[in-house]
Structures are given as structure tokens and as C-alpha cells.
Design a protein around this ligand. Structure first.
Ligand code: SF4
Ligand code: SF4
Length: 374
């Protein structure tokens, strides 16, 4: 996780701040609950991420899929394990310590997944969950869920999708089921999450984020975002042991402002500078090429509508410096980071959420080190 630490050490007396500071960051992090959680998540500050499209093939075709937009879908798949091994060795030398394998469908190229795992053993795979990935590939596996079976059949053209995903991945400690809220599947989420919870599955949430030019029916409205927010909090209350999520995650991903508008996206596509993710992140296509100007974890997504869970995992976690106005704001950020690590890092166990008050993500807009009370 790449932090933007430029303002964190500015604890007092910034020129131009409106009100005098009554706290320091050092005081906030001395509080016992915050100190313990901060110590725990700091152990993962070394993570440096890049993403890789493993193949352009997929066994389903979903409405609104970001992969089949833009020209990345036209890359010719490199299927040579030696070429992938060489790439991952050079990525390791470049300092990459965490890989996200996506595509279209990575489960269709298990040999390449194994090569990647053998070189860089921390990472996650984004899969539709219909083909079992061999147990020897020890990455986190994110199984995408877009609703109940009737909905999936309609927008993903796949029958019995949820049932098949559960048959394959229930009980697999690598698996996290990612429920993507669209404008149309909010009500059914309750039954789907209950079914997953009763099947012993871990669940997290994403929010549908339209690709540039998408004109389908899945795009959110202000009303559907608000309904999604309420539903997420209710599900978090009902299924605390199954959900890997936090109230601040819900608030950040359902705000009327996109993640980019709230926190300023640090991926190269929006951050051509050479700081943090803008310097280290690459998004490789399945022919092993990459383009700086297009590089982010969800290329071809419309930045003005970006609320994707993968995007937030980098965008919000990197903005620690915008979450130090108060103890509760910093607790909310810690809850977000704790959620991110539990979802993405195999073996990291989610802690209890620390923040008990509503913290608005809009407080973090353009705020790099302003005043407040602890
Ligand atoms: S399963 Fe994933 S990659 Fe395949 S079409 Fe659906 S969204 Fe796209
Ligand atoms: S789509 Fe999201 S993650 Fe990608 S550049 Fe835009 S804001 Fe960043």
C-alpha cells in the first residue's frame, strides 16, 4: 500500500490554516486502540502493487464489464510461462511485492497463475468463480457476485452462478465473495449475503462503476447510492462475522462524489507525476505490455463514476494524510485499511471496527493537514 506521506508530519502551525491546531498527529496515535491498530497495519506499508491481465478470454460475458471496453481486449495473449516468469522476476526487482491478477478470467490459465505465485507469493486474483483455481496457488481469490441467480443469468448470461460459486469456493480460506451493488440489485443483496453467510463464506462489497461511454441500466443514481449505503450498514449489522467491511468503506464508496473527487486518485492514469503509485504502479495487458497514461486497477472505468472496491483500496489507503483531523476520522481510515488488508492479503484477520461515529468522506476532500480536536 503506497502512502502519500507528504503532509503527515505537519502537526502544527501550517501557514494558511483557518483555525489554530489543538492536537498533533502524535497525540492521536497515542490512544491505545488507535496505537494497537496502527502498529498492526503499518506492518503492511511495504506492499507495492501492480496488476496483470492474465488472458483476454472469459467464460461468461457480463453487461458493463470493464475488460471488454477499450483496446486492452485486443492484446494477443502471451501464453509462454517462461515469459511470465521473466516478467515477474523483473517486477520483483522493481520492488513490486503485491500482485493483482485479473483479465478477463484468470482461472482459465492456471499454469500462468502458478508461475506468478512461485515468483511473488503475495497477491489476489479477480475471478468469476466458475472454475476452481488449484490449491497450490495461494493468493486471495475474489469471487465476483452481481446478484442472485436470476439476476446473474440476465446480466452475466450464466446459469446457477451463485450456487456454482458456493459449491466451488465455500470453505476455501482463499475466497472472498465480492457483491457488486448495481442500481438494480440492492434489495436482493440481503438474501444473497445471508445465503453466503450461512454457507460459511466471507463477503465484501463493491459498487458498480460505469466504463467510459457505458449507457446500460446498471449505473447508480443518487437515490440508489443512498439505498446502497443504508443496505450495506444494515448487512454489516446483521452479518458482522461474515462481512469484511466497515462503515467508512460504505460511506466512501456510496458518496455522491466519486472516489477520485473525494480523495484524488493516485494511479498513473490520474497522476502522471512520479510520486507513490504514480511512480511504481503498472497495469500489464495480456501481451505483457503496459501504457502509463492508461494505467489504473480498473482501466476504461469512468473516473467520475469510480466507486470500485479495488480502486478504493489504493485510493483511500494512500490518503492517510487526509484523515488526521480528529481521532475518529483517523479511526475510520484505520477501519478502511483493516478492511482492505483482510480482503486482499491472505492470512490477515479483520479486527473489530474502531470508529463508532459517522465520519463523512467529504472531510478528506482537499484536506492534507488541517486542524481539529482529538
Ligand atoms: S466475468 Fe469478469 S471478465 Fe468475464 S465478462 Fe464478466 S466482468 Fe468481464
Ligand atoms: S477509474 Fe478509478 S482507479 Fe482508475 S484512474 Fe479513474 S479514479 Fe483512478
Amino acid at each position: 500500500m503506497e502512502l502519500d506521506l507528504r503532509a503527515v508530519s505537519s502537526s502544527a502551525g501550517l501557514p494558511g490554516t483557518v483555525s489554530p491546531k489543538t492536537w498533533t498527529f502524535a497525540e492521536i496515535v497515542k490512544q491505545p486502540d488507535i496505537a494497537a491498530r496502527f502498529k498492526r497495519v503499518r506492518e503492511y506499508f511495504f506492499l507495492r502493487e501492480s496488476t496483470y491481465d492474465m488472458t483476454r478470454r472469459c467464460n461468461v460475458r457480463c453487461d458493463g464489464c470493464y475488460f471488454y471496453e477499450g483496446d486492452k481486449q485486443n492484446a494477443q495473449d502471451n501464453v509462454d510461462p517462461a515469459a511470465w516468469r521473466a516478467l515477474f522476476r523483473s517486477e520483483k526487482e522493481r520492488g513490486i511485492t503485491f500482485v493483482v491478477l485479473a483479465g478477463a478470467e484468470p482461472a482459465l490459465v492456471p499454469d500462468l497463475l502458478q508461475v506468478c505465485y512461485d515468483e511473488i507469493p503475495r497477491g489476489a486474483i479477480a475471478s468469476n468463480g466458475l472454475v476452481k483455481i488449484p490449491a497450490s496457488v495461494g493468493y486471495r481469490i475474489h469471487v465476483s457476485v452481481w446478484g442472485n441467480d436470476a439476476t446473474s443469468e440476465r446480466i452475466r448470461k450464466a446459469k446457477r452462478m451463485l450456487e456454482r460459486q458456493i459449491e466451488i469456493y465455500a470453505g476455501d480460506p482463499r475466497a472472498v465473495f465480492v457483491y457488486t451493488f448495481t442500481r438494480n440489485n440492492i434489495e436482493e443483496s440481503s438474501a444473497v449475503v445471508e445465503h453466503l453467510a450461512r454457507s460459511g463464506c466471507k463477503v465484501t462489497f463493491s459498487v458498480f462503476s460505469a466504463t467510459v461511454g457505458y449507457t446500460g441500466t446498471l449505473t447508480h443514481t443518487p437515490q440508489s447510492l443512498a439505498a446502497t449505503h443504508r443496505t450495506m450498514l444494515e448487512l454489516l449489522r446483521r452479518f458482522p462475522d461474515s462481512l469484511l467491511y466497515s462503515p467508512y468503506s460504505a460511506a466512501s464508496h456510496t458518496d455522491a462524489n466519486s472516489l477520485h473527487a473525494l480523495f484524488s486518485c493516485p494511479y498513473p492514469r490520474q497522476n502522471p507525476g512520479q510520486f507513490g503509485l504514480g511512480r511504481s504502479f503498472r497495469q500489464y495487458r495480456s501481451d505483457l505490455t503496459w501504457i502509463r497514461s492508461a494505467a489504473c486497477c480498473v482501466p476504461d472505468t469512468d473516473c467520475a463514476d469510480c466507486r470500485h472496491y479495488a480502486a478504493g483500496s489504493a485510493i483511500v489507503t494512500s490518503r492517510m494524510n487526509r484523515h488526521i483531523q480528529s481521532s475518529d476520522q483517523f479511526r475510520a481510515w484505520l477501519d478502511y485499511v483493516d478492511t482492505y488488508l483482510a480482503v486482499w492479503v491472505q492470512g490477515y484477520a479483520k479486527g473489530a471496527n474502531l470508529c463508532t461515529s459517522d465520519v463523512s468522506p467529504t472531510l478528506a476532500m482537499q484536506n492534507d493537514a488541517s486542524g481539529g480536536t482529538p
